[in-house]
Design a protein around this ligand. Structure first.
Ligand code: AHR
Length: 659
């Protein structure tokens, strides 16, 4: 009797266990409806947000190795050290040009004897680095002020005062002239410095002392860091937003970003303090300025190189409201509006227009095809709306085809957010920029955020977002898998709502490991190397596999946005005839899933799975360990029109099935 009872109980236990298993299995059966092709996905949806924060431009993407290379910082010798060694005698001055120039100062070296070494050394951007066998191009402007037979010796110096490369140029007895010298590095070394020495007794004026790797992106002279642009190119970004962020607005109106001061020859671009120089007391960067070596022309060119739509953002006449909040009077908005009108002409105008001619002079007669323009960054209140109205009226009258980006302020909800959405909706605004820097849980909880947005209202530009890890306090570990996974979960919601969310970009993009102000960031680097974060690989997965139209992927006829820890989106690629679906499993354990597609398609289709996965939510990358999380590619094979597989815990999965 007792035995029969135990037998019966064991049988029941096994029965319920199996039933539980099969119930779970059937619960996690996902269906894709091929018959109902949804709205189109903007082919440029997933893009890049670039801001000169964290030494992203000077000291980062812009490959210039010499800091303060034209002595324009308020402290003119910042970054430089005077050299007077082994009996050398003389003076080092900075002088102001007679004419009022954007580039105001130059260096004068007065050498009184011929002993020892006399000149200047430059520390670079938290050091500098060279690679063995590579060439480095030195250029500088020089004018002998007194003496004949002067020459300049240039040296790249290793950590232990070993010369890694050197060369000499003799100076002609004439006015200002540009000189060039190629230096070949013997070793690979980081944290090194550069010396420029005057040989011969006399006086020499020097300016715009530049050192660049010859091997820049596309081999351009005074170009961009190749390794960093390559990471951007691999993402196949749909757009490039520039130049930020808060940097657009400035600490006050005087320090706002003014694109006209960033084009032309380098001596025509005036150096400006970088607002991140002083923004965070705990991350002060007194040596952070904008040389504008990357200015608006270079941003447009970069966007073109990347096959991305250029998306410039301009000041709306309101300085950062977290700082001074200074505003241009409503009667004084002409200058701001004119800047916007002129920018469109600079980008798209014919070569016989004033600004179109400037573009052509800089080497790009073809238009850049600007389609989007942002007015203001994180501005808020009636002060923004009043100014936006002025811009909108003028810009739409002149260029109705250019899509205007407005802002919903710095936060994704609350009074200001609601106010701006209401006002902008009343104005039929086209694209509203939303920002969210939130904990990972927020991203998971908000995967349905856009399900409820009015389909007839303004479209959304998810212009700045990043999950800020709660597992880690160390800023260099915040780009971990916890954050990246939650972003992926959220991004399925963006993709499912791609009819409302037309553009999206993670922010910020770049950070120098020794010069950052803000963390987390998508790509980190030092002067020698760079690494992509797990967050980067999530962005890359979405940007590389967008599809052209939304398809419904459902579980029990409901979209999949967090129930059972699963998130999913699906699309069809009309160009390739592929079904694409993305499944994010935020559970620690793996989930058996059956995915079935219904509608006209062949049976037993083959495809590819692109997967990111890790058991460890804290895993992050570093310069030493740059690839702990990487996209793994494997073949998948449908049975009929179904795919049955086990989705690993904490994973992001993109399937492409050739129908
Ligand atoms: O991405 C960093 C900053 O965050 C941006 O400059 C600003 O727009 C936001 O507050």
């Amino acid at each position: 009797m007792k035995n029969a009872f135990f037998l019966c109980r064991s049988f029941l236990t096994i029965f319920f266990l199996f039933q539980g298993f099969f119930m779970a299995w059937s619960q996690e059966k996902l269906t894709i409806d091929l018959g109902k092709k949804g709205p189109s996905i903007n082919p440029h949806m997933w893009g890049l947000f670039f801001e000169d924060i964290n030494f992203a431009a000077d000291g980062g993407l812009y490959a210039e190795m010499i800091k303060n290379n034209s002595f324009e910082f308020p402290s003119p010798f910042m970054g430089w050290r005077r050299i007077q060694e082994n009996g050398a005698m003389g003076y080092h001055y900075t002088k102001i040009y007679d004419k009022d120039e954007a580039n105001k100062r130059y260096l004068q070296l007065q050498r009184l004897n011929n002993e020892g070494q006399f000149g200047m050394s430059n520390e670079g951007f938290r050091g500098m680095a060279v690679k063995a066998g590579e060439n480095y191009r030195l250029t500088f402007m020089a004018r002998p002020a007194r003496g004949s037979s002067l020459s300049v010796q240039a040296q790249i110096m290793g950590k232990d005062r070993k010369t890694l490369a050197q060369g000499t140029v003799s100076i002609q007895n004439s006015g200002w002239q540009e000189y060039e010298l190629m230096l070949k590095a013997g070793n690979t070394e980081d944290k090194i410095h550069f010396r420029i020495l005057l040989q011969g007794e006399g006086e020499l004026d020097l300016d715009l002392i530049s050192l660049f790797p010859e091997n820049t992106w596309k081999g351009r002279k005074r170009g961009l860091r190749k390794d960093l642009v390559e990471l951007l190119a691999d993402m196949k970004p749909g757009f490039l937003r520039f130049p930020g962020g808060c940097i657009v607005e400035g600490f006050d109106l005087e320090t706002r970003y003014q694109w006209k001061k960033t084009i032309g020859e380098m001596h025509e671009r005036s150096t400006l303090i970088n607002r991140w120089n002083i923004e965070f007391m705990h991350r002060n960067a007194p040596d952070y300025f904008q040389s504008f070596g990357i200015g608006f022309f270079e941003y447009f060119l970069l966007a073109k190189d990347l096959g991305a739509e250029p998306l410039p953002i301009l000041s709306c006449g309101l300085a950062c409201q977290f700082n001074s909040g200074e505003m241009a009077h409503l009667h004084d908005m002409d200058e701001y509006v004119q800047d916007a009108l002129d920018l469109i002409e600079f980008a798209n105008g014919a070569t016989d227009s004033f600004w179109g001619a400037k573009r052509a002079e800089m080497g790009h007669p073809e238009p850049f095809n600007l389609k989007y323009l942002g007015v203001g960054n994180e501005n808020w209140g009636p002060q923004f709306i009043e100014r936006y109205d002025i811009f909108e009226k003028a810009l739409k009258a002149a260029y109705p085809e250019v899509i205007l980006v407005s802002t919903s302020g710095p936060f994704p909800d609350g009074h200001e957010f609601d106010y701006l959405w209401k006002e902008l909706t009343a104005r039929d605004a086209e694209l509203i920029d939303e920002h969210y820097y939130k904990p990972p849980q927020w991203f998971k909880d908000n995967a349905r955020r856009y399900d409820q947005y009015d389909r007839k209202g303004p479209k959304v530009f998810a212009g700045e977002y990043a999950a800020h890890s709660t597992l880690e306090n160390d800023p260099l570990k915040k780009n971990n898998w916890e954050a990246a996974l939650s972003e992926a979960a959220f991004m399925t919601g963006l993709e499912r709502n791609a009819d409302v969310v037309r553009l999206a970009s993670y922010a910020p993009l770049f950070a120098h490991v020794d010069g950052w102000q803000w963390s987390p960031d998508l790509i980190w680097f030092d002067n020698l190397k760079a690494y992509a974060t797990p967050n980067y690989y999530v962005q890359k997965l979405f940007a590389n596999h967008p599809g052209t139209h939304i398809l419904n992927i459902t579980h029990n006829a409901q979209s999949i946005a967090g129930e059972n820890g699963l998130y999913a989106s699906s699309s069809f690629d009309e160009k390739t005839g592929e079904l694409i679906f993305k499944i994010v499993n935020t559970n620690a354990d793996s989930r058996p899933l059956e995915i079935e597609w219904k509608g006209r398609s062949k049976n037993n289709a083959a495809g590819t799975l692109y997967q990111l996965a890790s058991d460890d939510l804290r895993v992050h990358h570093s310069l030493e360990k740059p690839d702990l999380i990487a996209i793994k590619e494997s073949p998948v094979q449908a049975k009929g029109k179904k795919l049955a597989l086990s989705i690993p815990g904490n994973s992001v999965n993109v399937f492409r099935i050739t129908l």
